[in-house]
Design a protein around this ligand. Structure first.
Ligand code: ASP
Length: 318
């Protein structure tokens, strides 16, 4: 058994391992680990107290994929329900004939299936951060009054800063039956245009798992992973005969083909069906964590550095 997670998944590692040790499935482990990150008020890129959109509203994206059946569940633009990963899981558990629900439909489904709701999703600190960001781009007045139908296009271009204020949690697991599951949860870019959906809930872009080959989850500028189909690419390259290492590097190299100016950072975590794992990032010093059944504690590993062009005006995240 194996659990691999992005570094911010550390808070959920013990729970994820306990799920597997208690005879739970890879999906139980992924959900259990992710929920602790979603509940963590100090983690501003996932779940409760994440970064809001330009209107100051928190819109969550998440997905989960079962590598045995290729069944998947995903939610986007979910408001008021901190455990987006659990709502995503219910889409496949309840056998809804859909994969992805967004916005009001996702919230309706969450309510109907008894998901935990939370009245206030943002702390005062995060609200102040949002106001401060709008003030730095000359929109403090606007933030206070928020006139309906005010144009947002230019404001979003000025305010969003995905190099510094974004993030995601990735969990991948293999259980004792050899089944693989992958899960991704995020609040997306800070100060994004309302309704923006990133790669995290897009199966094939930010998340993909197939027991026969392996799995991959992404973090970074989701628009890039959507355009390149990154998570599915890694798994498909393994299917075509590449090693995990070659597949992951090739998928990252594919990002060089993307034109346009919104090109920035990208990271991925992947594993193969034998339990080999890899983490790559376009920024130095990034780490991920993993734990096998015989390890009393998770271990940290430095991600391999992959050079990517950077055409986004913002500074890289610290
Ligand atoms: N991939 C996420 C998104 O684009 C954000 C991130 O990982 O930084 O929504």
């Amino acid at each position: 058994m194996l659990i691999v997670a992005s570094h911010n998944g550390a808070i959920g590692m013990r729970q994820a391992k306990a799920a597997l040790e208690g005879g739970g499935s890879a999906m139980d482990a992924v959900e259990a680990g992710t929920r602790l990150v979603e509940a963590n008020p100090a983690e501003h890129s996932v779940g409760y107290n994440g970064y809001p959109n330009i209107l100051g509203e928190l819109e969550l994206d998440a997905s989960i994929m079962d590598g045995r059946t290729l069944n998947s569940g995903a939610v986007a633009l979910l408001r008021g329900y901190p455990y987006a990963i659990s709502v995503a899981r219910q889409i496949l558990e309840r056998k809804l004939p859909h994969v992805l629900l967004a916005g009001e439909g996702a919230e309706r489904f969450a309510r109907e299936t008894g998901a935990e709701k939370r009245g206030e999703m943002l702390s005062d600190d995060i609200r102040q951060m949002w106001q401060a960001r709008l003030a730095t781009v000359g929109a403090a007045q606007w933030a206070a009054s928020q006139p309906a139908d005010a144009p947002l296009l230019d404001l979003v271009k000025l305010a969003t800063d995905p190099q510094r204020v974004a993030g995601t949690v990735n969990f991948l697991a293999i259980d004792s039956a050899g089944n693989i599951c992958s899960g991704v949860s995020t609040s997306g870019w800070a100060w994004k245009y309302p309704g923006r959906i990133g790669d995290s809930p897009i199966i094939g872009a930010g998340n993909y798992a197939d027991n026969r080959y392996g799995a991959c989850c992404c973090m970074g500028m989701g628009e890039m992973a959507i355009r390149a189909g990154t998570a599915r690419s890694v798994v498909l390259y393994m299917r075509m005969g590449m090693s995990l290492d070659e597949a992951a590097h090739t998928a990252m190299r594919d990002l060089h083909d993307l034109g346009g100016e919104y090109i920035g950072h990208m990271s991925l975590l992947a594993l193969d069906r034998h339990g080999e794992h890899i983490g790559l990032a376009s920024e130095a010093g990034r780490k991920y964590i993993y734990q096998t059944g015989d390890m009393p504690q998770y271990a940290e590993v430095e991600r391999g550095l992959v050079d990517l062009p950077r055409r986004w005006a913002g500074e890289p995240r610290g």
